[in-house]
Design a protein around this ligand. Structure first.
Ligand code: SF4
Length: 341
């Protein structure tokens, strides 16, 4: 389908891109859709809510756990000691404008054996607690030259086995680009695994389109898709269908969640989340303690409470449905396991 943009140019879109364009971008519209009067708060990290995600919120409920993940709160503008713009010190770990000038723009290595590529700064949803909410994507996003350097550097480093596409959300990129990138990575003999960190199949299940399935199912690499789901209400029948297609295409499906005050910081909610994930064919992988990013302090849950929740989950769920409680600590060689501990 061809649409005319606000600047008057013609662009080709397919289903998921149309859904993305129709996302809600201001608080008043969100309030109208839910029958709520929501506070309008200024911020430089705007509101972005795709309609499939909106459809899973309960109208009239200002405490809806999906709404609280996307609603701009006055608390975001309060500065809190210990919180910063770059809590994981990623800008020092990435190339060109960072402290490792030998690494191309967008390529980031935190751990041995795997590299992460900041594919794009764009997302299909703006999560208020996002640790990259202040990340200067414009300085780190690879351009054409940087992509060539990234591929060359991955090819030259035989200690690497896995490439992680992150962002932003890498599935915002079109499938022609992704299929070409994946094929180049598959041509590097020491690369065995392509991992994709994405929230798109959850917030816009239409993203799991025929084109995506076509390149994933024929890729001669192990594909791991790490979704990001924080609450069982995020999983509806469309998400289950989308995940089923990805699994049929050969992808391994894992999930990471963030422990968020008033959203999922109770044992019943986390138990239900694990069970809903399993119904969708996804295994719980990590439960992250909140990264101390400016504007997100009101989501913080203490480590003591997090451990108590983990004890409860361990007694209620089979081991394969209990996520690992972790905190990311800059400069360490792996995520820090916080339970048991
Ligand atoms: S989808 Fe991921 S990268 Fe994008 S805003 Fe949400 S948490 Fe951040």
């Amino acid at each position: 389908m061809t649409i005319i943009t606000s600047s008057g140019s013609r662009v080709q879109t397919n289903g998921w891109q149309r859904v993305l364009q129709q996302a809600i971008r201001n608080t008043r519209e969100l309030g109208d859709a839910l029958g709520l009067e929501l506070p309008e708060t200024g911020t430089d990290f705007g509101l972005l809510v795709p309609r499939p995600f909106l459809s899973r919120m309960k109208p009239g409920d200002p405490r809806d756990p999906l709404l609280l993940q996307v609603l701009i709160q006055e608390a975001e503008n309060v500065s809190v000691a210990g919180y910063s713009g770059d809590p994981l010190q990623e800008q020092a770990a990435t190339g060109e404008t960072g402290l490792q000038p030998d690494r191309p723009r967008g390529l980031l290595q935190k751990y041995q054996g795997r590299v992460l590529v900041v594919t794009t700064g764009a997302c299909a949803i703006n999560c208020r607690y996002c640790f990259r909410r202040h990340f200067p994507y414009q300085d780190y996003q690879p351009d054409r030259r940087a992509w060539e350097q990234i591929i060359a550097q991955i090819r030259a480093d035989s200690s690497l086995t896995e490439v992680i596409l992150s962002g932003g959300d890498p599935l915002v990129m079109n499938d022609r680009f992704l299929a070409d990138l994946a094929a180049q990575l598959a041509g590097i003999t020491h690369i065995t695994t392509l991992r994709i960190h994405t929230r798109l199949p959850v917030v816009i299940p239409q993203r799991v389109c025929d084109e995506l399935i076509a390149w994933i199912s024929t890729l001669p690499l192990q594909v791991v898709i790490v979704t990001h789901i924080n609450h069982g209400n995020e999983i509806d029948s469309d998400v289950i269908t989308a995940m089923g297609r990805l699994a049929q295409a050969g992808a391994t499906l894992l999930n990471q969640s963030v422990l968020l005050k008033d959203i999922n910081d109770d044992a019943d909610t986390l138990t239900d989340l694990s069970q809903q994930l399993f119904k969708a064919g996804i295994l719980p992988y990590y439960l992250h303690l909140l990264d101390p990013v400016d504007g997100a302090a009101h989501f913080d849950t203490s480590e003591k409470r997090a451990r108590a929740l983990m004890r409860s989950l361990t007694s209620r769920l089979p081991g394969y449905l209990v996520p690992r409680l972790v905190r990311e600590v800059p400069g360490t060689d792996a995520k820090q396991l916080r339970f048991p501990g």
